[in-house]
Design a protein around this ligand. Structure first.
Ligand code: FMN
Length: 178
């Protein structure tokens, strides 16, 4: 199994850094990787890939409009193609990874969990086996207090090189496990 697609949205660059670290890790693990921003893949057939990675920041407690748009549009399309079935049985060799970056200034990871769960359930509807739900801390660019006095403390510079090395390692392990 070696064919993967990474789809992401990034407003201030954090999610893009994580997406690129995942790309490096998957490639080290032996996969072919295509990486695209969400607006470039509205019509892509997700079933053409063994692994789809899907990443989003948390903006005002929610996924950004482009991610909503992608999910709404594709849910509708796959429903009309009869790809969505009651109980969502898993399809062999269709895997997903969802990842989410957030700053958690007010209530920590609880600001990100609804976004991660929302991304996850989209793939579960399609019968993908969701292998992971990764939450990465990212600096709140443009709001200093949110990056220094929030629930997660001083998060300036995150995701930092150590965070990204770990992401890369986990992605490599994921690729090797498939
Ligand atoms: C306009 C805006 C709203 C945000 N709202 C939240 C939020 O509600 N909760 C949270 O945890 N982080 C919030 N953040 C922080 C981002 O989720 C975090 O910085 C994320 O890593 C940004 O990813 P990006 O650089 O890929 O856009 C917000 C950031 C911006 C710019």
């Amino acid at each position: 199994m070696n064919n993967s697609l990474i789809i992401y949205f990034s407003k201030t660059g954090n999610t893009e850094k994580v997406a690129l670290a995942i790309k490096d890790g998957l490639e080290k693990g032996g996969m072919d990787v295509t990486i695209k921003r969400v607006d470039e893949v509205m019509e892509e057939n997700l079933f053409n890939y063994d692994l789809v990675c899907f990443g989003s920041p948390v903006l005002h407690s929610l996924p950004p409009p482009a991610m909503f748009e992608f999910i709404k549009r594709n849910e509708k399309r796959y429903r009309s193609d009869w790809e969505v079935h009651p109980s969502s049985p898993k399809i062999i060799n269709k895997n997903a990874l969802v990842f989410c970056t957030y700053s958690g200034p007010h209530c920590g990871i609880n600001e990100a969990l609804p976004v991660g769960k929302y991304l996850r359930q989209f793939f579960e509807h399609l019968g993908f086996d969701v292998k992971g739900e990764w939450y990465e801390v990212g600096e709140f660019h443009g709001w200093e207090e949110g990056s220094t006095k929030g629930r997660l403390g001083d998060i300036r510079g995150r995701p930092n090189p150590e965070d990204l090395t770990l992401v890369q390692l986990r992605a490599m392990q994921l690729a090797r496990s498939l």
